[in-house]
Structure formats: structure tokens, C-alpha cells
Design a binder for this molecule. Structure first.
Ligand code: GLU
Length: 316
């Protein structure tokens, strides 16, 4: 199989320096190692998706010097493929309809919490309904579909973050694969898309590392064991408060810098330093390709400070 990766922006907001760093690392690794690159627009997140961010992400990536061999693949244009996968899991009884609301789950006193504070589903609707239709008829509520997580430990070796291990029931719990409106949830869509397009190298931010057990379980249950990718999870860029980069840390959108007349070589210089490269105040994409070394990428989160922002905007 041809080694293949993907760039998968979600058009729910503009790309900021943190997203740019992960995409640049993905692209540099891909071009160094000869991976095929697919651009995929992950636009299934209903009302949060703003169509203008799709074109903006394409413009931002192009501005950085990032290109791709295939795509853009648009998730919302292929919803039938997700539907079939959900049906397959329902029929195999590896997934079940669930009518619980978020509030009910939070209120269930026995519901444990995962490390990030999100509630682990207590399994209320497991074995409760025979089918999605029956759940709807019986409760009058449109059900979501949840995947049944087995009571085991899951261990895997991340290509960047090393060996990771999860207790599936205590840390993950039965998770949603289709929403009540019938649309696919992130975990399912990403597996179906990666499998369909032969993506076998997934490089992304480590906020998604606890998605790995969910995604691997889906590969296994859909009979796609041989398609499970290699995963590389890179630490995120955070603000001085240690929280992941967001608006409260100032305007670090690529579109903002682009519109302010900042030279892209300067943006790349900051991103290159954040990826462990030695460089001056500007760097071309070709120089990045020569200098990038995954082994030198810092293991800890990168802190974006107001000084970095001023440095970018300073006239060189
Ligand atoms: N679309 C996701 C994001 O922007 C990335 C999903 C993935 O790489 O699996 O965070």
C-alpha cells in the first residue's frame, strides 16, 4: 500500500498558528518520506461549520507553501458511506440506539468522569432497544447510536508519543458514532474516510490521542484490521496560561497575518523553530524540507506568547 496521510481541517473556525504548526509538520514528514497527501475538509459538525472557512483554510495552506496530491475531499458530500458503516455495526450488535440526553448522562450519579472531566457514558441504553426504529417508537425521541466498548485495556505505540495504554471502560466508555439527526459523528467519519482513501499515516495534535482506541475499535469491528494507520500525535501550541491556543490568547489566525501584510517566510520561521529547527527570521518551504527532523520536534507543548505575536508583526 502507498503510504498516505491527510490534512483534515474542520471549517468551524480559521486556522491559527497552532493548526499551522501541525499541518506544516504533517506535510514536511510526508514530503520527506514520500507519503501521498490528501486534503479532507471535515465539515460534518452541523451548525458550527461556516462554509467560508473551507476556502480560507485552502488559501492559508497554499500561502504556507503546503500542497496536496488529492482532494479536497468534502465529508458532507459522501454521507451515505458513513450511514452504511453505522448500519453494519448496528446489525452486528456492536452498536446500539441511545436516547439519553447530555444532561441525563451528567446527572446519572454513577457516571464516572474521564481525565479531561468529560462524563463517561454509564451504559443506560445498552441492551434496552432492539432497533433504532423501536427506540424511537417507544420513547418518541430520535436516538443517537453508540458503539459498545469492551471491558479491556488497549495499548498501542504512537510513532511520536510512544507507548500509550487506556482502560477502555473507565477512560473511554461507549461513544457516539451517529447523532440523533442521523449524521455521522467524528470518530466514525474519520475511520471510514481514512480507510476509504488508504490513509495509513495519521499525523495530528495530541488533543486527539484518546480517539485512537475508539478509532482502532471501529477499524476492528468493521473488519478493517489491515487498514489501521500508524499514528503520530504531536503536542499542541498553548497560550501562556497553558491552555490550548484560542481567541483569548490574541489573534493568531493565519488570515489575520496574511491580511496584515506579514511575509509568510517569517510565519514559517516561527513554526520551524516550534518544530525544533534552527533558523533565522525567515525560511523558505524548501529550507524547511531540508531542515525538518521529526526526532527534533519538542516533546512538550509550545507556548505562544504576546512577544511572538509582536515579533511576527515587527517590520523586518
Ligand atoms: N478535523 C480535526 C481537527 O481539525 C482533525 C481530525 C483528525 O486529524 O483526525 O481537529
Amino acid at each position: 500500500m502507498i503510504p498516505t496521510t491527510r490534512l483534515a481541517p474542520s471549517p468551524t473556525g480559521a486556522l491559527h498558528l497552532g493548526n499551522a504548526r501541525t499541518f506544516l509538520a504533517t506535510w514536511l514528514l510526508a514530503r520527506q518520506k514520500g507519503f501521498r497527501v490528501i486534503l479532507r475538509i471535515e465539515d460534518l459538525d452541523g451548525p458550527r461549520v461556516k462554509p467560508q472557512f473551507t476556502q480560507q483554510a485552502i488559501d492559508d495552506l497554499t500561502w504556507l507553501g503546503i500542497d496536496w496530491d488529492e482532494g479536497p475531499v468534502i465529508q458532507s458530500e459522501q454521507v451515505h458511506v458513513y450511514y452504511h458503516a453505522v448500519q453494519q455495526l448496528l446489525e452486528a450488535k456492536q452498536a446500539y440506539p441511545c436516547v439519553c440526553t447530555r444532561k441525563e448522562i451528567e446527572q446519572a450519579s454513577s457516571a464516572p468522569h474521564s481525565e479531561d472531566g468529560s462524563t463517561i457514558y454509564p451504559g443506560t441504553c445498552r441492551n434496552r432497544f432492539d432497533s433504532v426504529d423501536q427506540a424511537y417508537r417507544q420513547t418518541g425521541k430520535r436516538p443517537a447510536v453508540r458503539f459498545k466498548v469492551p471491558p479491556t485495556r488497549f495499548r498501542y505505540e504512537d510513532q511520536f508519543a510512544g507507548v500509550r495504554s487506556f482502560d477502555l471502560q473507565e477512560q473511554i466508555g461507549d461513544f457516539v458514532i451517529a447523532k440523533p439527526d442521523g449524521s455521522a459523528a467524528y470518530q466514525l467519519a474519520v475511520v471510514v474516510d481514512d480507510a476509504r482513501s488508504g490513509v495509513n499515516q495519521v499525523i495530528r495534535g495530541d488533543d486527539l490521542i484518546d480517539s485512537v482506541p475508539r478509532q482502532v475499535l471501529l477499524y476492528q469491528s468493521l473488519g478493517w484490521d489491515n487498514l489501521i494507520p500508524h499514528y503520530y500525535h504531536l503536542p499542541l501550541v498553548v497560550g501562556p496560561d497553558g491552555r490550548r491556543l484560542a481567541k483569548r490568547h490574541g489573534d493568531s489566525r493565519l488570515a489575520f497575518y496574511r491580511q496584515s501584510g506579514v511575509c509568510v517566510d517569517r510565519i514559517r520561521a516561527l513554526l520551524a523553530r516550534w518544530l525544533g529547527m534552527d533558523c533565522d527570521d525567515s525560511i523558505s518551504i524548501d529550507q524547511c524540507l531540508t531542515g525538518f527532523d521529526l526526532k527534533k520536534v519538542p516533546r512538550d507543548p509550545i507556548v505562544f506568547s504576546p512577544r511572538d505575536h509582536e515579533w511576527i508583526l515587527r517590520k523586518s
